[in-house]
Design a protein around this ligand. Structure first.
Ligand SMILES: [Zn+2]
Length: 765
C-alpha cells in the first residue's frame, strides 16, 4: 500500500513550488543514498494511452451511444480537457511527444518508423524513476514497443507481442492481455513505494473486431464496441489497483483519433483535421477537482502538467506547459501524404478558436463555430491566415532536415568503381509538391479501394484503384499501393508487371524501386531485383537501406564474393551501417569465418532490433566457445525478437542439455517434436535429456523406437551405446559403439560430397 495519503491538488502544487521549478535534477539518475524528502507526496500514477480513440466517441465528450461508463466516471470526477490535440495522426511520433513533452522536431520522430526516440531524451518514466517511483509498462503493439525507445526509464517493460504471419508492423495484442500484464506489475510492485504505470491499448485501431459479447452488442458500430471493451478492461485494472490499496492519479489520453470517413479519410495517418487530431485527455484522481477545460492543449503539455501534479520539478526545457491556465498554440503535422502519395505535407496550428492547415493552398477553420471543419475560411479571411501563419512560423524549425552525412571521397570513388553509384544524393523539395486538397477525390478513392481489398472485395477495389491511378498517373505511391492490392488479390503476374513498369517510370524514387526490388525478389526474380536495388542505390548513394537490398539480392543470387566485396566497401565508408554489418557478419559466419564475423555481428546486435539470424549466430558462437550462459541469452533474444525458428530452437536445446537443464530441454524437445515427430536430432536431444535425468529405461525404449524411424543415425546409435553401458550391458554397448563409429564415418563422407564449397573468406576492400 502506498504510504502517502491522497494529497490535495493545492498541496501538490505548493510542494512543487517548494521543491523549486528551476533546473531539473531529474534528468540525472537519483543517487541511491539520497531519497527524495519524505514530505513531498508521491502518488501512484497510471498513464493510459488510448490508441486511435476519438474524443467525441466517449460518453464524457458527448457521444450518446457510447458505453464508456468507467472513462466517463473518471472524467466527471476529474479534469476533462475538451480540446486536447495530438501532434501527429501516427502512433510513434505522438507517443514520443507524450513521453517527452517535446514537439516532434525536438525529439526527431516525424513518422512511424523513421526514427527511434533517442536515449538522450528524458522521458516521463525516467523523470518518475529519478523521483523515487517504481516504473512499469504494459503495451499493446509493435509501434509502442522497445524498438522505438519507449522502454526508457521503465524497470519492467512488457511488450511481448505475438506476430502472426510475421507482419511485425501491425503486431498487437488485445486490451485484456495488456491489462493482465499490467496487473502483474501492480501485484509485484513494492507496497511502500509509489508506482508509475503506463498502459497502452490498441483495440480501437482498424480493423474493428471487438470480442464477444461486444461484437454482438455493437454489430453495427464495432469501433464503439472496441472502446467499450477497453473501458471494461480499464475498470478491471482499477479493481486490481484497489485490491492493493492503491488509488492512483489516472491520466487517460488518446494518441490520435480516427477519421471514420470524414474528409474522405477512412482511418488516420494522412490529414490533420480534428477527426484524427482531437483526442480525449482526462486527469482524475485524489486531489484533482472536477473541471471542464475548454482552452486548447497539446499532448506536449502532459509531461509538465504531470510533473506539477505529482510534486516534481517542472522542467523548463520542454515545449509543453503546465495546464490548465497556460494557453499556447498547439502544433500538428503529417508527412504521410508525401511519403505515400507524393503530395505536400501538412503542418497545422490551433490558436484560440482557429486552425490553420499550412500547405501550398492553406485551409483555415473556425473550430468553435464549425467544429467539423466544413467551411474553409482561408479565401475569405486572408488577414486571419496571415496572423496564423505568423504563429506557426514562430514555433520553430519545423521541416525534417535533409540528409547531411556525406560519404568520404575515397569511399565514394571505390563504390563508383564497383558500379554502385552514378549520381549524387537527392532531396525532396516540399514546396514543389502538389497540394493534396486538389486531389482529395483520388485520395478518397484510394483509401476506399484499399478498404475493399482488406475486406476481400478485391475486384471492386481494383477497379476503383485503377480509376485513381488513371486520374493521377504521376503519383509513384499509387503504383506501390495498386501493386500490393494485385498481390493480395492473387494476381501475382500482373503485380510484378506493374512494379516493373513503375520502376521504369520513376527512376529516382528510391522507395518505389526498393519495393519493386523486394516484390520481384520475393517471387524469384533475383537478377531483376538486384538491378532495381542497384538503381535505387544510384538514386540515393547514401542509402543504407538500398545497400541492404543490393547485398540481399547478391546473396540470393549466390554471388557471395561480390556481396563480401560490396559490404566491405560500404562499411569502410559507413562503419556505423549496422544493417550491412549484420548481413556481412552472417555471410562470413555461414562461410565458416566466425573469427571475422564476430565483431560485425556484435555491432549489429547493438541495434534494438537486429536482423533475424544475428543473435542466433552469436548464440551458436558462444555455444562453440563453451560460454553457455551467453549462448542462452543470445538465443532467447533471437526468439523474443523474431519468434521461434527450428535452427534457434535446436541450438537452445543443445545449450540447455549441456547446462544440465534437462527438464527445460525435455520440455523444449517435446514442444518441437509436436511439429516434427520423426526428426532424429530432436529425438536424440530428448533421449539425451532422459539419459541425463537417469531415466535409462525410458531413454532406451525411446531411442530404440527412434532408430526405427532413423536407422543408422550415428548420434542415436552412440547414445544407445551409452545407455547400454550405464545399464551394465558392456558387450552390447561395445558393439553399438562400433556401429555408431561406422555410421558416423559414412555420414561424414556423404556430407563432404554434398556440401558446396563455402565462399572464401575475404576482408578489406
Ligand atoms: Zn496510434
Amino acid at each position: 500500500m502506498n504510504p502517502t495519503s491522497p494529497p490535495r491538488l493545492l498541496a501538490l502544487i505548493a510542494g512543487a513550488m517548494l521543491a523549486g521549478c528551476g533546473s531539473d535534477p531529474t534528468s540525472a539518475p537519483a543517487p541511491a543514498t539520497a531519497p527524495p524528502p519524505a514530505e513531498v507526496p508521491r502518488p501512484d500514477v497510471v498513464l493510459v494511452t488510448l490508441d486511435t480513440t476519438r474524443a467525441d466517441r466517449l460518453g464524457a465528450y458527448g457521444h450518446p451511444q457510447a458505453d464508456t461508463g468507467w472513462l466517463d466516471a473518471k472524467a466527471a470526477a476529474g479534469m476533462r480537457f475538451q480540446r486536447a490535440y495530438a501532434v501527429q495522426p501516427l502512433t510513434i511520433p505522438s507517443h514520443s511527444s507524450i513521453m517527452t513533452g517535446l514537439w516532434p522536431w525536438r525529439h526527431g520522430v516525424r513518422s512511424n518508423g523513421d526514427a527511434t526516440l533517442d536515449d538522450s531524451m528524458t522521458t516521463l518514466a525516467e523523470r518518475f524513476k529519478a523521483g523515487g517511483w517504481q516504473t512499469g509498462a504494459s503495451v499493446a503493439a509493435f509501434v509502442t514497443s522497445r524498438d522505438w525507445g519507449f522502454n526508457q526509464g521503465f524497470d519492467t517493460f512488457l511488450d511481448r507481442i505475438e506476430q502472426p504471419g510475421k507482419d511485425t508492423w501491425h503486431a498487437h495484442r488485445t486490451a485484456d492481455k495488456v491489462v493482465d500484464d499490467a496487473i502483474t506489475i501492480v501485484d509485484q510492485a513494492q507496497a511502500d513505494q509509489p508506482l508509475f504505470l503506463w498502459v497502452h491499448v490498441y483495440d480501437a485501431h482498424f480493423p474493428y473486431t471487438p470480442p464477444a459479447p461486444y461484437a454482438e452488442r455493437f454489430a453495427d458500430r464495432p469501433y464503439d464496441g472496441e472502446i467499450a471493451f477497453v473501458d471494461d478492461q480499464l475498470e478491471r485494472l482499477e479493481g486490481a489497483l484497489k485490491a492493493k490499496g492503491r488509488e492512483p492519479l489516472w491520466v487517460l489520453v488518446g494518441d490520435h483519433g480516427e477519421s471514420l470517413g470524414e474528409h474522405r479519410e477512412l482511418t488516420h495517418g494522412l490529414f490533420v483535421y480534428d477527426a484524427t487530431q482531437r483526442v480525449p485527455l482526462i486527469i482524475s484522481g485524489p486531489g484533482v477537482e472536477p473541471a471542464v477545460i475548454d482552452q486548447p492543449v497539446s499532448q506536449v503539455d502532459l509531461m509538465p502538467t504531470l510533473m506539477k501534479l505529482t510534486g516534481r520539478p517542472v522542467p523548463e526545457d520542454v515545449d509543453g506547459k503546465v495546464q490548465p491556465g497556460n494557453p499556447h498554440p498547439a502544433w500538428m503535422e503529417s508527412f504521410q501524404l508525401t511519403e505515400q502519395f507524393g503530395y505536400a505535407p501538412h503542418t497545422a496550428v490551433v490558436d484560440g478558436g482557429h486552425k490553420l492547415i499550412h500547405k501550398p493552398q492553406p485551409e483555415l477553420y473556425d473550430l468553435v463555430g464549425d467544429p467539423d471543419e466544413r467551411t474553409d475560411l482561408a479565401p475569405t479571411q486572408p488577414d486571419q491566415v496571415t496572423r496564423m501563419k505568423g504563429v506557426l512560423d514562430a514555433m520553430g524549425p519545423v521541416m525534417p532536415t535533409g540528409r547531411t552525412q556525406a560519404l568520404d571521397p575515397e569511399a565514394l570513388a571505390q563504390l563508383q568503381a564497383l558500379g554502385y553509384i552514378t549520381t549524387s544524393s537527392f532531396d525532396v523539395d516540399f514546396a514543389s509538391l502538389p497540394d493534396p486538397a486538389l486531389h482529395r477525390d483520388v485520395v478518397g478513392k484510394v483509401l476506399r479501394a484499399e478498404m475493399m481489398s482488406m475486406q476481400g472485395q478485391h475486384q471492386d477495389g481494383l477497379v476503383l484503384m485503377k480509376e485513381a491511378l488513371d486520374e493521377q498517373p504521376a503519383v509513384a505511391g499509387l503504383y506501390t499501393r495498386y501493386g500490393r492490392m494485385l498481390f493480395a488479390a492473387g494476381k501475382k503476374d500482373e503485380g510484378i508487371r506493374l512494379f516493373d513498369d513503375a520502376a521504369d517510370r520513376f527512376p529516382q524514387d528510391v522507395d518505389l524501386l526498393l519495393r519493386a526490388a523486394s516484390t520481384i525478389g520475393r517471387t524469384g526474380g533475383d537478377a531483376r531485383s538486384l538491378e532495381l536495388a542497384r538503381r535505387a542505390l544510384a538514386a540515393d548513394p547514401e542509402s543504407d537501406r538500398a545497400a541492404e537490398f543490393v547485398t540481399g539480392a547478391l546473396i540470393n543470387l549466390r554471388q557471395h564474393e561480390e556481396a563480401l566485396a560490396f559490404t566491405a566497401s560500404w562499411l569502410a565508408a559507413r562503419p556505423t551501417a549496422n544493417n550491412i554489418a549484420a548481413l556481412r557478419g552472417i555471410l562470413l559466419f555461414d562461410g565458416g569465418n566466425a573469427k571475422d564475423a564476430e565483431a560485425l555481428l556484435r555491432q549489429a546486435a547493438k541495434d534494438s532490433r537486429p536482423r533475424e539470424g544475428v543473435c542466433q549466430r552469436l548464440g551458436a558462437m558462444a555455444l562453440g566457445a563453451g560460454v553457455l550462459k551467453d549462448a542462452v541469452r543470445w538465443l532467447e533474444r533471437e526468439e523474443s525478437l523474431h519468434g521461434p525458428s527450428p535452427r534457434t530452437d535446436r541450438l537452445l536445446l543443445v545449450v540447455l542439455g549441456r547446462m544440465g537443464e534437462e527438464e527445460r530441454a525435455l520440455a523444449l524437445a517435446d514442444r518441437l517434436l509436436k511439429d516434427s515427430p520423426d526428426d532424429p536430432e530432436l529425438l536424440h536431444a530428448r533421449g539425451v535429456a532422459l539419459f541425463d535425468l537417469g531415466r535409462l529405461d525410458e531413454a532406451r525404449s525411446e531411442v530404440e523406437a527412434a532408430l526405427v524411424k532413423a536407422p543408422e543415425q550415428p548420434d542415436l546409435l552412440l547414445l544407445l551405446a551409452n545407455i547400454l553401458r550405464k545399464q551394465g550391458h558392456q558387450a552390447e554397448a561395445e558393439a553399438m559403439r562400433t556401429r555408431a563409429d561406422a555410421a558416423h564415418a559414412k555420414r561424414l563422407e556423404q556430407l563432404q560430397k554434398a556440401r558446396p564449397a563455402p565462399p572464401p573468406p575475404r576482408t578489406g576492400g
